[in-house]
Design a binder for this molecule. Structure first.
Ligand SMILES: *Cc1c(COP(=O)(O)O)cnc(C)c1O
Ligand SMILES: [Zn+2]
Length: 397
């Protein structure tokens, strides 16, 4: 048995164990996904850190503190606003704003852990496929650590506001033909052919460790929380939610298990099909939605994610682009604001209330995954501006 505070990689399908000093993402024996496991010490939190690393004993207990590559991610705010509560039909709806992270999305929580691990392993280059936010975050943290980042983007399919972050942070941008799912396949090709490139997509199990802290913070702050809704693309975050809930429950830190609500866009809903259809295997789809962060047809983490939805007794739901943009407008006009994909969480809760599956008095949190400044093209399309002269005429009338 491992000593306290040790970590190892474990295959979610066959249980095969690997040392964390191996750069591995999938199992040699069965091609299953790997997850990080720890023997927990008595302390669950680390003095002197706030945000993600406050939970260091639960995410990477043996890492030397000097190796941490951090920009102070996490410890984001939980908002509530009457207009959003009213729109969704849930009186005490809370919004966890992950857009307040350093590069503007929850990806920073996973990236601080994965890039710290890259440094510990002596990697000199990182690589990821991205619909935008992963690349912005990977580029920032790689630069901070002094290593090179390589970003594979689906050509012509990434929001300029996200891509400009990756460019500015100095990433090497590699145009790949096709969609995100093709770019992800190309990352696998690179990883198979060279150990020099450390993969920063959420197939990297350390990303999930960092992202668990979104849910640790929610469970810590809200003792009673029945539902946690989040937009679902590559399903790393759905996986992180379930792992966080399982660990808090095993450690005796919560009594009730919050139910995960994964929300997909109608045009990119292979996970919904899997869950609703009771299928054995996820069937990839061709993804199409205005919400670029969840425009993913072949999510790599589906096997972890479906296990977590079932464990928490949660649900998967789809929403249309129109419903997403309606919810975004309400969140934006409340003064809180978020990117389109993030609003899917609010839209999904509203839909479940309308269908009678969630009650007005249930306690629920919607995770707003990204900042309002991401993916701005959709806002500019319907911006009505008035000429100064018209304004003055109305003022003087
Ligand atoms: C990455 C991302 C998602 C999707 O998360 P997954 O873990 O891939 O399911 C949703 N919203 C935003 C803003 C993102 O950046
Ligand atoms: Zn295996």
């Amino acid at each position: 048995m491992a000593a306290n505070g040790e970590s190892w990689l474990s295959c979610i399908k066959c249980g095969q164990k690997y040392s964390i000093s191996r750069r591995k993402y999938i199992c040699d024996r069965c091609h299953g996904l790997l997850e990080v496991k720890h023997t927990f010490t008595e302390n669950f939190t680390e003095e002197g850190f706030r945000g993600v690393w406050h939970y260091k004993p639960l995410i990477h207990p043996s890492l030397e503190k000097a190796r941490i590559v951090s920009r102070g991610e996490g410890a984001t705010a939980l908002y509530s606003h009457d207009s959003v509560s009213e729109f969704a039909g849930i009186s005490g709806l809370r919004m966890k704003h992950e857009g307040e992270n350093p590069t503007g999305s929850f990806k920073d929580r996973g990236m601080t852990v994965a890039v710290s691990e890259a440094i510990r392993l002596g990697a000199t280059e990182t690589v990821c496929a991205s619909t935008g936010n992963t690349s912005a975050s990977a580029a920032s943290y790689s630069a901070l650590a002094g290593i090179k980042s390589n970003v594979l983007i689906p050509s012509g399919n990434v929001s300029p506001s996200k891509l400009s972050q990756a460019i500015a942070y100095g990433a090497r941008i590699i145009d790949t033909p096709g969609d995100f799912d093709m770019a992800m396949k190309n990352v696998a090709r690179i990883a198979e052919n060279s150990l020099d490139y450390y993969v920063l997509n959420s197939i990297n199990p350390w990303r999930v460790e960092g992202q668990k802290t979104i849910f640790f913070e929610i469970m810590n702050e809200l003792k009673e929380c029945r539902f946690i809704a989040l937009p679902a693309g590559n399903l790393g975050n759905t996986s992180a939610a379930g792992k966080a809930i399982r660990e808090f429950s095993e450690l005796g830190l919560i009594n009730d298990i919050p139910e995960i609500i994964s929300v997909q866009a109608e045009g990119a809903s292979p996970f919904y099909n899997l869950w609703a259809g009771g299928m054995e295997k996820l069937e990839p789809v061709k993804a199409s939605t205005i919400a670029s962060a969840i425009r993913i047809g072949n999510p790599v983490n589906w096997e972890k994610a479906i296990r977590e939805i079932r464990y928490t007794g949660g649900m998967v739901v789809t929403v249309s682009d129109r419903e997403i943009m309606e919810a975004k407008r309400v969140v934006d006009r409340s003064g809180i604001g978020c990117e389109p994909a993030s609003a899917a969480s609010v839209a999904g809760l509203k839909k479940l209330v309308d269908e009678g599956k969630i009650d007005r008095n249930d306690r629920a949190v919607a995770v707003l995954t990204g900042n309002i400044l991401k993916d701005t093209a959709s806002i500019m399309e319907d911006s009505a501006r008035i000429p100064m002269e018209t304004f003055m005429r109305e003022l003087l009338a």
